[in-house]
Design a binder for this molecule. Structure first.
Ligand code: ZN
Length: 244
């Protein structure tokens, strides 16, 4: 029996799930339960130790083969002009585009500068475009990230914040982990604990399947250092809300 950190739910052996009163919540396979409830397992993206033994070209060839099998299994005619190139396109898109952020070699190099202006107030970069992909369904997550930090002497170029958001978004993700990964990276790069990350996003796996709710969005936040103080946090949120 495993107790999960959300404190609400227990996973009971046999693939049935019970709440604290012992009443049955779902009768799902464990894999389905995790997927539909978007439980994140940790800050690191779960990767195999040999994740990068194969080069990109080899990965694309393997994915192309398997995606062709998926299409064939669905009954699609791969001799059709329109479908013929799809396995190759999907393979290339997975490795080179939408999941490029899996490979550490693709992490943006972040140069930092001395804070010569002695600017010691909150810096907020908001409405950063975010395109990610749900790791439970491989469907898009789209939204915006809002970042705040207070410099302790180190600053980074503003576009580098966008690049970090982009990098961590371009891998199979859950929004909670994405939020924490961006915050952890910024704390390390900026050498400060005073970092805030707020993400608002819509999940296509919620809007297009399952419950099919097109109106809901998901907000996740990670506050650390000074942003744990109510006054600073409220100031950050005011800036995020403010439409310039
Ligand atoms: Zn999903």
């Amino acid at each position: 029996m495993t107790q999960y950190t959300n404190g609400l739910t227990q996973l009971v052996s046999g693939g049935r799930f019970k709440n604290g009163n012992g009443s049955k919540l779902h009768n799902l396979k464990e894999e389905e339960y995790f997927g539909d409830n978007h439980i994140a397992s940790g800050i690191e993206t779960p990767l195999k130790p040999d994740a990068f033994v194969l080069d990109d070209q080899s990965k694309m060839e393997i994915i192309e083969h398997h995606f062709e099998q998926i299409m064939e299994t669905l009954g699609l005619d791969l001799t059709d002009d329109s479908l013929r190139g799809t396995p190759h396109r999907v393979a290339k898109m997975f490795v080179k585009e939408i999941f490029y952020g899996l490979h550490p070699n693709n992490k943006p190099t972040i140069s930092v500068f001395e804070n010569k202006f002695r600017y010691g107030q909150i810096l907020v970069e908001k409405n950063i475009r975010l395109n990610s992909f749900c790791e439970h369904h491989f469907l898009p997550i789209t939204g915006k990230a809002h970042i705040g930090y207070i410099s302790t002497g180190t600053v980074i170029g503003l576009s580098k914040i966008n690049r970090l958001v982009d990098y961590y978004s371009h891998r199979p993700q859950v929004q909670e982990r994405l939020t924490v990964q961006i915050a952890a990276e910024l704390k390390q790069v900026l050498k400060t604990e005073d970092v805030a990350v707020l993400i608002e996003a819509t999940h296509m796996c919620v809007s297009c399947r399952g419950i099919r709710d097109e109106s809901s969005s998901t907000l996740t936040t990670e506050y650390s250092g000074a942003f744990n103080e109510d006054k600073i946090r409220q100031e950050f949120l005011r800036y995020v809300d403010h439409n310039i």
